[in-house]
Design a protein around this ligand. Structure first.
Ligand code: DGY
Length: 328
C-alpha cells in the first residue's frame, strides 16, 4: 500500500460530523487555538494534497506556491474571500465551499438582528435585569416600525432574497440593489430594483448581503453614511470589510444613522475594547449567521465531500472556481 495522502486541517471537526470520511488520509491538525496555516501545518505543506480551512484562515498565494502537490482547498464556508482564488485557479487547484445550506439560517439571524436593534431588545432586557423596569412606561424603550417603512437589501443573492421574503411579512416597502437586473425576483417579492444611491437615501433599514470583493470592500463608508437617513438602521450579516469600521463608529456616535446590528466586523473578531462595543446603538454578534446545529453540520458534510472529491480527482460538488475545470 502506498503512503496515505496528507490533509492539513486548520480546525478539528466533531467526530460525529467527520465519521470515517478521512480514515484513508493522514490528517495533520493545526495546533489548537491558532489560526491559519500554523507552524505545524507549514512544516507539512510540501507533502499536502488537501487543505481544509475555515473562513478566517488566510490562504494566500505564498502558501499555495509552497504546496506543489496540492489538489484541493476546502473552505467550511460559502464565502471564499480568505483564499487567493485567482492564485488557486492559475495553479489549477479547485476551491470547495458550502453555498445554499446556510441561506435560511443566515436570513433568520439577519431578521433577529434587525428586530433586536429596531426594538432595542438588548437595552430593554438589560434594563429589566438591572431593576430599571419600575413601571410600564408609555415613552420607554420606543423602537422603529417595520410596517410602512422602506427596507433596502444590498445584494439580492440567495441570502438577500431569503431576507426579502421574510421581511415582506412585516409590511415594509421593499427595495434592492443587484449587479444584474432581476425583474422576476422583483415581481415575486413585490420589490423594486433601485440604484445604490437611491437605496441609501431612502431606506429605513439597510441589510447588506454582498460577497466581499474588490468592488464591495468599503462600500459603506463616510460618503454612504452622509446620504443615509439619520433614522436608518444598518444590518451587516455579510462580511465585515464591506463597511468602513472607523466611518461606522463616527456615524453611530454622531447620530448620522440611528443604529447598527453587526454579525460580522472588520477586524474579526473585534477586540473587546473596540469603540463599537461601547456604543449603545450597536449590537454585535460573533459571526453566528450559520450557527445552527443542522446548518453547521450540513456545511461540514459538504466541505468534507468537496475535500474528498478533490483528493480523488473528481469534480467538487460545490466549486468556487469552476474555471479550473475548463482550462485542463
Ligand atoms: C459563510 O459561510 O460564508 C458564512 O459567513 C458563515 O456563517
Amino acid at each position: 500500500m502506498g503512503e496515505k495522502a496528507v490533509v492539513l486541517m486548520t480546525h478539528e471537526l466533531p467526530e460525529e460530523w467527520q465519521g470515517d470520511t478521512l480514515n484513508e488520509y493522514q490528517v495533520v491538525l493545526a495546533e489548537g487555538g491558532q489560526k491559519g496555516i500554523t507552524a505545524r501545518l507549514r512544516d507539512r505543506l510540501a507533502d499536502a494534497s488537501g487543505i481544509f480551512c475555515l473562513l478566517d484562515d488566510p490562504i494566500p498565494a505564498e502558501i499555495l506556491h509552497n504546496a506543489p502537490k496540492l489538489k484541493v482547498v476546502s473552505n467550511l464556508a460559502a464565502g471564499v474571500d480568505n483564499i487567493d482564488l485567482d492564485a488557486c485557479t492559475e495553479l489549477g487547484i479547485p476551491v470547495g465551499h458550502t453555498p445554499g445550506v446556510l441561506t435560511d439560517g443566515t436570513a433568520d439571524l439577519t431578521l433577529a438582528l434587525l428586530l433586536s436593534v429596531a426594538r432595542q431588545l438588548p437595552k430593554a432586557a438589560e434594563d429589566a435585569r438591572r431593576g430599571r423596569w419600575t413601571s410600564w412606561n408609555p415613552t420607554g424603550w420606543l423602537g422603529a416600525d417595520l410596517k410602512d417603512s422602506t427596507a433596502g437589501i444590498i445584494g439580492l443573492g440567495k441570502i438577500g432574497y431569503a431576507v426579502a421574503q421574510r421581511l415582506s411579512g412585516f409590511g415594509p416597502r421593499l427595495i434592492f440593489t443587484s449587479k444584474h437586473p432581476k425583474p422576476e425576483q422583483a415581481r415575486i417579492l413585490n420589490a423594486q430594483q433601485v440604484s445604490l444611491d437611491e437605496l441609501l437615501r431612502t431606506s429605513d433599514f439597510i441589510c447588506l448581503h454582498t460577497a466581499l470583493t474588490a468592488e464591495t470592500r468599503g462600500m459603506i463608508d463616510k460618503s454612504a453614511f452622509q446620504i443615509m437617513k439619520n433614522s436608518s438602521i444598518l444590518i451587516n450579516a455579510a462580511r465585515g470589510p464591506v463597511v468602513n469600521t472607523d466611518d461606522l463608529v463616527k456615524a453611530l456616535e454622531t447620530g448620522q444613522i440611528r443604529a447598527a446590528g453587526l454579525d460580522v466586523t472588520d477586524p474579526e473578531p473585534l477586540p473587546p475594547d473596540h469603540p463599537l462595543f461601547r456604543l449603545e446603538n450597536c449590537l454585535i454578534t460573533p459571526h453566528i449567521g450559520s450557527a445552527t446545529h443542522q446548518t453547521r453540520r450540513s456545511m461540514a458534510e459538504i466541505a468534507l465531500r468537496n475535500l474528498v472529491a478533490g483528493l480523488t480527482g473528481s469534480p467538487l460538488p460545490h466549486c468556487a472556481n469552476p474555471e479550473v475545470y475548463q482550462s485542463t
